[in-house]
Design a protein around this ligand. Structure first.
Ligand code: ADP
Ligand code: MG
Length: 454
């Protein structure tokens, strides 16, 4: 392995665990410059990066390096000021300084104006029952920004494709003719910018900049919680854009209602357009995503291994990608495709065999048995009280235990609307909080669902 490959491997792993903004800030223009015995010398562009890498990332970097070569004992970070470019002697490209895209780090190519990363597109976004509502809303917005759903609010857990979808919409719109003026801002960055501009008395300039856009995308707005100044500024910007028919797209790890410490007026703005969730992909979609990523990364992985990963990593897409990266590292170092056995070994500490495992049939059966109903009655549309409650509970459990999307649950229950399902889940949630007895009942059902004898 060359230094470049070694460092690329480290970056590939690090990139999975930190935000794109952090990654770009601390890892741009870093490289391994040399290695002497057990010490690896990493050159960094400035003292901030040196300090951060030493204090925050050293442990992780060392761990990754040692997994590749256990002779490595320590890392020494050195500031390597970029040499001023001279006109006379055009430098030969140094293989250690390959452009970002050749290293495969599209993060570093983020557009300065829009903050969008071109690697996220709708073409490489896989759609399944778990994200189809969000995807359909995104497509509608691309057709008619500012007209159909405003704002579009997408929520769901970590690593489920929210950022990907938001940026894909942004990329699509800024490619238009004439292009829309798009701005993508992670909310933590927006918070810092607002705080700084209040301090520097440049808030009016910031307002002007934000209000010049046609499409404003703010990612992870749950971070607005408790940030009063930001909420206030954002509220006015939101209103201004909204009134002029500009599109606003937001994401969060939870629905607007569940974000703590944000003002009611902002919450109601968040809810005023379309709220769509993304949940966990099912097996088929996980496999489809994995195949797509394998093609993108040029990874030649046996299908049996891809199936193994899809069957065993269920939590989120980011983890699926990280499993694939591990196999790629192996391939690079050993110059061969890992066999099924080797792959299993490599993935051992990502894949823990689930002690808890269930499926939809089991949930439906257990709930019907518990309430002494047949499966069929559970699916019928009778509004009798003795049927409604178990039906709502079954919906709730499909959501909670298997992370089914709301539309997918609706379909399972004879084509019910996703809002009906959302409502059912909220009711059950509330009743569990309010009634000790009901909450114990649910516990009992869960025990039955997960008990081994059945
Ligand atoms: P989130 O913002 O919800 O935490 P991201 O959008 O960052 O998640 O997704 C994590 C990774 O998984 C990204 O590399 C993204 O490209 C990939 N990913 C997630 N969902 C999909 C999907 N439906 N199709 C293709 N890739 C996906
Ligand atoms: Mg995200």
């Amino acid at each position: 392995m060359t230094y470049q490959e070694l460092w690329q491997t480290v970056l590939a792993q690090i990139q999975l665990n930190i935000s794109p903004a952090n990654f770009a800030t601390w890892f741009a223009n870093t490289k391994i410059s040399s290695q002497e015995e057990g010490t690896v010398f990493v050159s960094v562009p400035n003292s901030f990066a040196k300090e951060w890498l030493e204090q925050k990332y050293n442990k992780e970097i060392l761990k990754i390096l040692r997994a590749l070569d256990n002779n490595i004992k320590e890392i020494n970070y050195r500031i390597d000021f970029p040499v001023a470019k001279t006109k006379e002697a055009p430098k030969q490209p140094d293989p250690q300084e390959l452009p970002a895209e050749q290293l495969g780090f599209a993060e570093l190519e983020v557009d300065k104006e829009t903050n969008l990363n071109p690697k996220y597109s709708l073409q490489n976004f896989i759609v399944g029952p778990f994200n189809e509502l969000a995807h359909a809303a995104a497509e509608a917005i691309i057709k008619e920004p500012g007209k159909v759903y405003n704002p579009l609010f997408i929520y769901g857990g970590v690593g489920l494709g929210k950022t990907h979808l938001l940026q894909a919409v942004g990329n699509e719109l800024s490619k238009r003719n004439p292009p829309c003026k798009v701005k993508y801002i992670p909310s933590d960055k927006l918070i810092t910018t607002i705080v700084n501009s209040i301090r520097n008395r440049s808030i009016d300039e910031l307002k002007v900049t934000l209000r010049k856009v046609d499409v404003l995308i703010v990612d992870d707005v749950q971070f607005f919680a408790g940030k009063e100044k930001t909420q206030e500024e954002f509220f006015h910007t939101f209103n201004d854009l909204y009134q002029r028919g500009k599109q606003i797209i937001l994401s969060s790890d939870r629905p607007p209602k569940a974000i703590p410490a944000i003002t009611e007026r902002l919450k109601s703005r968040f809810e005023g357009g379309m709220v769509a969730d993304v949940s966990l992909p099912d097996y088929e979609t996980r496999l489809a995503i994995l195949k797509q990523k394998a093609v993108e990364k040029n990874a030649d992985v046996p299908i049996k291994v891809l199936e193994y990963i899809s069957a065993n990593i269920q939590k989120n897409v980011r983890e699926i990608e990280s499993a694939l990266n591990r196999l790629l590292v192996f391939q690079k170092i050993n110059d061969k495709i890992p066999s099924f056995e080797e792959a299993k070994k490599l993935l051992r500490n990502i894949i823990v065999s689930p002690s808890k495992f269930t499926n939809p049939t089991r949930i439906i059966q257990t709930v019907s048995e518990f309430y002494d109903l047949s499966d069929k009655t559970l699916f019928c549309s009778s509004r009798k009280k003795e049927f409604v409650k178990p039906r709502q509970l079954a919906m709730y459990l499909l959501r909670k235990e298997l992370s089914f999307s709301f539309p997918a649950i609706g379909r399972k229950f004879g084509g019910k609307d996703h809002t009906t399902v959302m409502h059912a889940c909220q009711l059950i949630d509330r009743e569990m909080q309010e009634s000790e007895k009901f909450s114990q009942e649910v516990d009992l059902i869960l025990q039955k669902i997960y008990s081994l004898d059945a």
